[in-house]
Design a protein around this ligand. Structure first.
Ligand code: ZN
Length: 310
């Protein structure tokens, strides 16, 4: 190859790289994933998450019906997107004290690992005209990474869960974002649980949000865009960010993981006040308990609670 030709090929390659902006090797559409992207001018950040498999597992563990399963999907997808927006490496513990029929919602996402777990207080609740499943409530979000945990608690009333997440982002962290969760069911079985968040950065302005919302009006649902041939839903990103050059910048796998264990439970029981432990031992009955996240049943014989004599 002549020098001129080599330079031409190198230039073409560099150009193609600059135009594509996609991360290679997306996981299959069966896997749960979360990716982030950014417009080249830095105005808008986009995050897209799919958690179908995890939500299906969580809903099945909890015997959730289609209605509380939908709420769990909104909690998981919304919570993962919010965590990744605030700090992708932080551990978060979210409690939503919802006075609605579904009761409180819980979400734990572990630090710098892909695992998370979620639960709802009344997985068998059904929506009734006089008793909605979700009415808002107190959002108590604890975020930590290494140092002291950062806690924010806000009371948010009469919103859907994704709307409440957006309000929480704005009120607690001055983050302006659009968050939508797309959940599809076939009877009580979860078919799709995915969602996206677009954040306006300090580099962006009102015109950027308006342009993105105009793009969004012409678009179909995200679950239709995350296909076998485009599992990341890059086409969705392209449409949403029509008018911008943008790049996918990071991707992680996410999955339902419960960190409960027999050892941990015994340690917790042993750490109770001495008189309570002695009462349990004196009663002689095995201590039975079920994990509220994965529904694993544990049975601890009381003698195990006595710390062996030194
Ligand atoms: Zn568990």
């Amino acid at each position: 190859m002549t020098d001129a030709k080599a330079r031409y090929v190198a230039r073409q390659l560099a150009r193609e790289e600059a135009e594509s902006g996609y991360l290679p090797s997306p996981p299959s559409s069966e896997e749960d994933t979360l990716w982030r992207g950014l417009t080249r001018g830095g105005e808008l950040r986009i995050l897209v998450a799919r958690a179908t498999r995890s939500v299906r597992e969580i809903a099945s563990n909890l015997h959730a019906n289609g209605e509380t399963g939908r709420l769990l999907a909104e909690l998981v997808v919304g919570g993962l997107l919010v965590r990744s927006t605030l700090d992708p490496d932080a551990q978060i513990q979210l409690t939503v004290r919802n006075p609605g029929a579904a009761g409180s919602l819980y979400l734990d996402v572990w630090a710098s690992a892909r695992g998370f777990r979620a639960s709802v207080q009344h997985p068998d609740a059904r929506e009734r005209p006089d008793a909605p499943l979700f009415v808002g409530g107190e959002f108590d979000l604890v975020r930590s990474r290494g140092g002291a945990p950062h806690r924010s608690a806000k009371v948010l009333v009469g919103e859907t869960l994704p709307e409440a997440f957006m309000a929480h982002l704005l009120e607690s962290d001055q983050v302006r974002a659009i968050l939508q969760v797309d959940v599809r069911f076939d009877a009580d079985r979860v078919l799709h649980a995915c969602g996206f968040l677009v954040q306006l950065t300090p580099e962006g302005g009102r015109a950027d949000i308006e342009r993105m919302l105009q793009n969004l009006e012409r678009m179909g649902p995200l679950s239709d865009a995350m296909t076998k041939s485009d599992p990341d839903g890059r086409g969705f990103g392209d449409q949403l960010l029509t008018g911008y050059r943008w790049d996918q910048s990071a991707r992680e796998e996410v999955e339902f993981v419960c960190r409960c264990s027999r050892e941990r439970l015994v340690a917790i029981l042993r750490s109770l006040p001495d008189d309570e432990v002695q009462d349990m031992v004196a009663q002689g009955e095995p201590i039975e308990t079920t994990c509220e996240f994965c529904r694993t049943r544990y049975e601890i014989p009381p003698e195990e609670l006595q710390t062996p004599a030194e």
